[in-house]
Design a protein around this ligand. Sequence first.
Ligand code: ADP
Ligand code: MG
Length: 237
Amino acid sequence: YLRRLRLPFCYLCSQSLPSRGCLMSAFDDLIADTQLRKAIAEQGYEQPTEVQQAAIPRALEGKNLLVSSKTGSGKTAAFLLPCLQQILAQSAVNPRSTRLLILTPTRELARQIVKNAQSLLRFTSIKVGSICGGEELRYQKALLRKNPEIVVATPGRLAEHVAHKSTDFSGLEFLVLDEADRMLDMGLSEDVLKIVESCDAARQTLLFSATLEQKGLRHLIKQVITGEAEEIYIEDS
Ligand code: ADP
Ligand code: MG
């Protein structure tokens, strides 16, 4: 079909045209939960982006991942979708513990992730809480007591709550580090490590970064991911 159109690249997956045709699979091939599928369609997402195509199936297999791909390539859904799919498919190991923790460097990024997650969860009863600097500690403590399944946080403020023992990550199933290179740049690695120490060692860890070659990042990765990890590197096109 594409050969007839004389396109050198597949317009869906932007890969050069292989003889077998397009390599992309649809969201329906990757995500089993019907409520989640409905929300994806309502978002207007038709096809998974390259990084989503690579990360979602591997994350669903339970692998730890190190993912690098450029800004705007769809990394948020690449970590949200496999985590949400698994959260919806299985009940909590420990109902009082947070199930998914997402760390991101800035309040603005946290706000965007919360918005994206709530939109994907609109047909479910899963709750998302946000813990960032500049908000009242008392209010955040009350929020943590309500045991949201998902917490999106900036490391500085969350590390304070960990020190006050107002968090419960003892049954954490998924830890996501978004923009890990920027968290390192901003001097947040100490806070990140304090938080990670309080997380269930049996969790699955997904680390996203614009680059994996940054100075100091490998050291952080070694402390955050103890077992094996698979690397996904999506080249700029
Ligand atoms: P990144 O974190 O890699 O910078 P984002 O996750 O912020 O990228 O996504 C960038 C934009 O692309 C967002 O507006 C998001 O809603 C949109 N997007 C993500 N995945 C898809 C998709 N599969 N189809 C269409 N748009 C998408
Ligand atoms: Mg992002």
